[in-house]
Write a protein of this length. Structure first.
Length: 237
């Protein structure tokens, strides 16, 4: 049985679809902003269409990017993890956004929960280790839920806490905060969970840490990342 391309049932070319998704996920733009940018390039689509593309193809693209990067960096990323949680509101209801970040600032796991207790921290930790292996060092703040969860997992001796040592995880929330200001809010926790999971993987792919490289090397790495992105998408045909 022949497997059809996910683009098979769409009249719009795949290049336009991946451009729209890349703009929406990488940059702090709303669906209407993406529609306006495409219109300037002679592409007339509504913001509802852009949202539909993102829901259909965003998880496919992110899964492919995450699979390849996880194979290449699973050993390197397990040296030190930074864990943190941030309070977010979805349609007036409070939730917590948990993040696991490696020592280079790559987001390993994003998880949205209603509570900030031991059960939520334990589920977050188990999901992170299931997808990314076991870390050598875990840096957290002084929230007692982390300690309780790590006692259950039996790796409490790997925990480190202290002032300013967890800035990696704190800074990883910045792309979400910029996006929240652009679209005003997320209306459902399920939508927030889907977006932060996709955004983290694609953001990792295009994050070139420009402060560590010269301008010439940064341009080369950025070009290579874009070429790899196009190659991954062409594999979905």
């Amino acid at each position: 049985m022949t497997k059809h391309s996910p683009f098979h049932y769409f009249k719009t070319s795949r290049e336009i679809i991946w451009l729209a998704i890349m703009l929406y996920v990488r940059l702090p733009l709303s669906l209407r902003n993406v529609g306006d940018l495409l219109h300037e390039r002679g592409i007339d689509v509504s913001h509802e269409t852009v949202g539909f593309w993102w829901k259909c193809f965003g998880p496919i693209f992110a899964a492919e990017v995450g699979r390849k990067r996880r194979i290449n960096s699973i050993i390197h990323s397990n040296w030190q993890w930074h864990l943190d949680e941030a309070f977010v509101k979805t349609n007036g209801e409070g939730h917590y956004l948990w993040r696991a970040v490696d020592h280079e600032g790559k987001v390993l796991e994003s998880y949205v929960s209603k509570h900030r207790d031991c059960a939520a921290a334990l589920k977050f930790k188990r999901n992170s280790m299931k997808r990314n292996g076991l870390p050598r060092i875990v840096v957290t703040d002084k929230l007692s839920s982390y300690r309780a969860a790590m006692m259950i997992i039996v790796n409490a001796d790997q925990q480190e806490t202290g002032r300013w040592v967890n800035n990696r995880a704190e800074n990883s929330h910045l792309p979400y905060r910029r996006r929240k200001r652009a679209i005003l809010r997320f209306r459902r926790a399920k939508t927030l969970q889907k977006f932060v999971s996709i955004q983290a993987l694609i953001q990792n792919h295009f994050n070139q840490e420009r402060h560590l490289y010269s301008r010439i090397n940064f341009k080369l790495r950025r070009t290579a990342a874009l070429a790899e992105w196009r190659q991954l998408l062409s594999a979905q045909i």
